[in-house]
Design a protein around this ligand. Sequence first.
Ligand code: NAD
Ligand code: IPM
Ligand code: MN
Length: 403
Amino acid sequence: MSRLWYDATMTLDQSQSAEDAPSSSRTASSEASSSITGRATDGTSRQRIAVLPGDGIGPEVTTEAVKVIDAAADRFGLALELVELPWNADHYLATGETLPDGALDDFRDNYSAIFIGAYGDPRVPDMKHAADILLGIRFGLDLFVNFRPIKLYHEGLCPLKDKGVDDVDMVVFRENTEGAYVGIGGNFKKGTADEVAVQEEMHTRKGVERIIRAAFEFAREKGRKTVTMCDKSNVMRYGHDLWLRCFEELSGEFPEIETQHLYVDALAMQMVRRPENFDVVVTNNMFGDILTDLGAALQGGLGVAASANVHPGRTSMFEPVHGSAPKYAGLGRANPVGAVLSAALLLDNIGHSEAAAAVEQAVATSLQRGETTRDLGGNLATTEVGDLLATAVRDTSAAASES
Ligand code: NAD
Ligand code: IPM
Ligand code: MN
């Protein structure tokens, strides 16, 4: 299997190419449905995509991402079925339900991919629903690769002096099922002056090896020169030392790939000073979270950054890096580009690389022309950006989509 990132999930019958299907056979349904039972297959090669808009600006950016997916489905004749699921803070507060029983099995068995807008609501300060849904999907489907590209599409968007599009083009492989996110710990004498809080990191050899291997395989496949390992093994003498030993062992299997090792503090500094030194970066869950917000800033801001939560060959999940930005919710100001680029990663993952490339090209062109929301210096509304991206995807010429 040479094309790790482009393997379509095999939950559906792929014998009829979805690319060949007439666009009229596409069912792009945005009807709200809380059903998690039925199967996506109905004797055709339709691919079912679960859409979870979530909270805050999540629904707004999701609407635009869906618009662009619809345009790509029309232009490239993709047989997709989009199923919107209502699980968010409102739903949780009204019903007490977060991720329903059976949802993970349903995703695994009946869906090709999952798209998420964003989660987080000030009315749920403990993030209960977000933890159950977002982390529940990452952990429950064992989506161990959080793939986060950091790519500058126009030099005017970079806050760094004298850095251009050739300088900011890296991918972070964030471990997504272990580390500080496992929730191992507790409180003792909670709420008293003698309170003790313990929160453990967990790192397994299997978990560490598979993310490092994924980073190296991606570098090999894409002709990326260097893999940089990021940890804090000078202080985290057990957990992060395991990472360093695994990295050194595995690098021997990829002799053509150069390696670098940096402690996270130094790496954060170097990402700002010399972003051109980074190509593929592999790191633990928490450091990956933090470094990819920094990376988003190098691309122009959180509104641009995309991510894929992947277990190669299985139903995977796609979401912008940003959160629910509650203060912008409902104002029509949210930048939908991170969501749209995440939709491109989704299309690529389920086997539609041509459509994915057309979506990315539409985004690149709009950013180069300054056709943006206010966060990037433009004056367009969320829906206006979505409309122009959808139109650009529909208008993709045969020549452009082949190049
Ligand atoms: P955030 O990413 O929601 O927003 C931080 C700031 O970034 C915003 O105030 C805004 O200035 C800017 N921003 C983010 N997305 C933007 C967009 N699409 N367009 C324009 N500007 C954008 O981070 P936060 O304020 O720390 O968190 C808000 C909530 O979201 C919290 O509940 C947090 O836990 C949650 N969160 C969820 C996710 C996720 O669902 N994957 C990710 C991060 C944060
Ligand atoms: C992200 C977010 C999440 C994370 C939160 C909302 C749990 O910050 O996707 O980057 O920490 O992974
Ligand atoms: Mn984050």
